[in-house]
Design a protein around this ligand. Structure first.
Ligand SMILES: Nc1ncnc2c1ncn2[C@@H]1O[C@H](COP(=O)(O)OP(=O)(O)OP(=O)(O)O)[C@@H](O)[C@H]1O
Ligand SMILES: [Mg+2]
Length: 236
């Protein structure tokens, strides 16, 4: 006895095959219209489930990463600041440095795209299946300083377990607090596997690091100028 459509849908729900459930009606119509061989239909149905699972997993990884946007290098205008280290940015984007346990430091002028490139690399890493944490240094340090040692442990663990940690705006504040220094020290220590605590944090960051320098004009100013020009042309 074959199942009714309702029974099939219930079974798919019970088996948590939501990818098949979502497209089944279309696939049935398609198979009838094309008079497809069973295996063609079946493999398409399987593919729907695989696709759905992969995209759910990516969504979960993205949500966990703390990224606030899905930045890419596609929407980056390389002509705006021709001196940017374009090759090195694309090299980071291949994520070889993650696989090889290396680090990257992006330094330079405000508004030149350091955060954008870092977010694009981090987003790409989530797509490639890495466990990523994107943090704004100031807020993570402030939270860390407020917590007791159990809280601190809870905050630290996911960072130590991640494949890629992005600390944005690291040296924005002129001086980092002692607890921030301690957290940074632990992270740096974990990622660089260096036991000599005597060396400075910056030394450690530089060790096995790709250094990318961002020179040029602020894109924020260009955006502001464009908005200003639009507003004046509207009001004139
Ligand atoms: N060359 C570019 N093409 C397109 N958008 C850009 C470019 N450079 C920067 N932007 C955009 O300009 C804004 C500022 O860039 P971003 O935040 O990456 O700068 P930053 O170097 O991190 O600056 P800061 O040192 O102040 O943190 C972002 O919205 C970013 O997407
Ligand atoms: Mg930035």
């Amino acid at each position: 006895m074959s199942m009714t459509m309702n029974e099939i849908e219930r079974a798919l729900r019970e088996l948590r095959l939501s990818g098949i459930l979502a497209t089944l009606n279309t696939r049935i119509l398609q198979a009838q219209a094309n008079q497809e061989p069973f295996l063609d239909t079946f493999s398409m149905i399987l593919q729907d489930e695989l696709d759905r699972r992969r995209s759910c997993l990516m969504e979960r990884r993205y949500n966990k990463s703390g990224l606030d946007e899905r930045a890419t290098l596609t929407d980056f205008d390389w002509r705006f600041n021709p001196k940017l280290p374009r090759q090195a940015c694309f090299e980071l984007h291949t994520l070889k440095f993650v696989a090889e346990g290396q680090n990257a430091l992006l330094i330079g002028k405000p508004g030149t795209g350091k955060s954008h490139v870092a977010k694009a690399v981090a987003y790409q890493a989530t797509l490639q299946g890495h466990d990523v944490r994107y943090l704004e240094a100031d807020s993570v340090f402030a939270q860390y300083a407020l917590g007791n040692s159990a809280d601190q442990e809870r905050q630290l663990q996911p960072l130590l377990n991640a494949d890629l940690v992005v600390l944005d705006d690291l040296f924005l504040a002129r001086r980092i607090s002692d607890s921030a220094g301690e957290l940074l020290q632990m992270l740096v220590h974990q990622y660089l596997g260096d036991n000599t605590m005597a060396t400075t944090i910056l030394d450690r960051l530089m060790h096995r690091s790709h250094l990318l320098e961002f020179e040029g004009k602020s894109y924020r100013l260009k955006e502001a100028a464009t908005r200003f020009a639009q507003n004046t042309s509207i009001s004139s």
